[in-house]
Ligand binder design. Structure first.
Ligand code: HEC
Length: 161
């Protein structure tokens, strides 16, 4: 019973909370979406994101346990704000997100091993925390703790395994 109620509440939040945002965003990005859908999900993709400062490149992820990955999964698909990661990066992590949110440039395809193997954990951490200027990758540092961001990095790694 409890579960049913929770699902219902979730649906209401989705309809009430997110639905109005979709048309406004999609109208702004409509043209870009049309021109970019094709290259989403490519492997490899051109990468518009800048490199994190050197000191971050060497950071070691403190949260790599299975339970950390599980927490990262929850954030990626359900709880990260203002948008979940899957909105742009896709349910499968392939960069094919919700077409109304299709981002500029196409979001990173985390299933692309060639690209992901070239990026350090610290690089991923830095961008999730600070965003990627001149792209639609938001900064999540205001909403997520450093621990949560490292857990997300652990979860992202699973897409290219
Ligand atoms: C509104 C769309 C959008 C959302 C939501 C979003 N991203 Fe991104 N993300 C992007 C775009 C666009 C890029 C940049 C692609 C490029 O560099 O060409 C990107 C790039 C990245 C990168 C790449 C870093 C690199 O160096 O190449 C990581 C890691 C990442 N996002 C993680 C996340 C995570 C984790 C979340 C959820 C907490 C998230 N993103 C939510 C659009 C989004």
């Amino acid at each position: 019973m409890r579960r049913v109620v929770l699902v219902l509440v979730g649906t209401l939040v989705l309809m009430g909370g997110c639905a109005p945002a979709v048309p406004s965003l999609s109208s702004v990005h409509a043209e870009e979406v049309a021109s970019q859908t094709q290259s989403s999900g490519d492997c490899t993709q051109p990468r518009k994101t800048k490199n994190a400062p050197g000191v971050f490149q060497k950071k070691k992820n403190p949260h790599t346990s299975p339970s950390a990955k599980k927490d990262g999964k929850e954030l990626y698909h359900k709880t990260a704000k203002p948008f979940t990661c899957e909105t742009c990066h896709g349910v499968k992590g392939d960069g094919l997100g919700d077409p109304d949110f299709e981002s500029t440039p196409p979001a990173r395809n985390f299933t692309c091993k060639a690209t992901m193997d070239s990026l350090s954990d610290g690089q991923l951490f830095w961008i999730i925390k600070n965003g990627s200027p001149k792209t639609s990758m938001p900064a999540f540092g205001g909403n997520l703790s450093d621990d949560d961001i490292w857990k997300l990095v652990s979860y992202l790694r699973g897409f290219s395994k």
